[in-house]
Design a protein. Structure first.
Length: 288
């Protein structure tokens, strides 16, 4: 009996260890940019000391990027921000045409197609003209000041990931960006760009902190038998809305209304589903 009890204890420990391994395997992710390190700009007082390259205008009176605590940080000490006074103030000149950048090269592991970019930002500008843009570009892309000029957002060979959401954000707010799953297994240049024209606009420009870039192996998300709107947790088994880059399975008879732009690694239809959508992006679809 004593040996049996010991055996049961060992078995329980083994099952517990296995469950931890499976749990960690399901939810494990790769941190590519750490928001408390290089992504938080707290490894030093410059872009270089944080692993970034800055491309500013030669004229310090223009709207250039700096690292420091002038605008206040979301967390830690420093943030990245635009200044027209060599970094001494968090402000920009709406009448001085500018396009400036900071960037770094990042590598996403193969098969980790759930790629998420998050950052904290605040600032003003002018909607559609004076704004923050973020790109994913080939590592052969070399940004230079003055390009692209406002209000052009297209950058040859680059994918536009983000456009500043509004021109009146007084406090830090999180921006969550799904990077296309096609970047899995690649190295690309992540570029943060400020651009403004020479008329109108409200100072200050943007300040950015806590940049996070992660990737993970896709999980399978299955719709409920009833379905519902894509953006509703109630539509999905487990009550979690799938992030971009995951594997999607639509149950037989389930009616799912796609009410937002989505990105997925694979979309599998069981027999008899109905899908209504207004915007759809993905890599592959199949019917089971």
């Amino acid at each position: 009996m004593k040996n049996f009890t010991i055996l049961k204890g060992v078995l329980r420990l083994g099952i517990f260890a296995l469950s931890l391994l499976v749990f960690n395997g399901i939810f494990a992710q790769t941190t590519i940019i750490n928001p408390t390190g290089d992504g938080g700009f707290d490894n030093g007082p410059s872009f270089l000391s944080n692993g970034w390259t800055v491309v500013n205008d030669a004229n310090s009176a223009n709207n250039n990027w700096y690292v420091g605590n002038v605008p206040g940080a979301f967390a830690g000490t420093n943030a990245a921000y635009i200044s027209n006074t060599s970094g001494t103030t968090w402000a920009y000149s709406p009448t001085t045409v500018s396009t400036t950048h900071f960037y770094r090269d990042v590598t996403v592991p193969a098969n980790e197609s759930v790629i998420s970019l998050n950052f904290q930002w605040k600032g003003s500008g002018e909607s559609g003209w004076d704004r923050l843009l973020i790109y994913a570009a080939p590592v052969t892309t070399n940004p230079f000041s003055g390009y692209p000029a406002s209000n052009v957002s297209a950058y040859p060979g680059a994918t536009l990931l983000y456009t500043q959401a509004n021109a009146a954000q007084a406090t830090y707010t999180n921006a969550a960006v799904t990077v296309p799953s096609s970047f899995a297994g690649t190295t690309f240049r992540l570029i943060f760009t400020w651009q403004n024209d020479a008329s109108f606009g409200t100072s200050p420009a943007v300040a950015i902190d806590n940049v996070s870039l992660t990737s993970a192996v896709p999980a399978v998300f299955t719709s409920s038998a009833i379905g519902g709107q894509w953006s509703s947790p109630a539509t999905w088994v487990g009550g979690v809305v799938p992030a971009g880059g995951n594997l999607i399975s639509i149950a037989a008879g389930s009616v799912v209304t796609i009410d937002q732009a989505i990105a997925y690694a694979e979309l599998v239809f069981s027999r008899g589903p109905v899908i209504k959508y207004s915007s759809l992006m993905g890599c592959a679809a199949s019917r089971g």
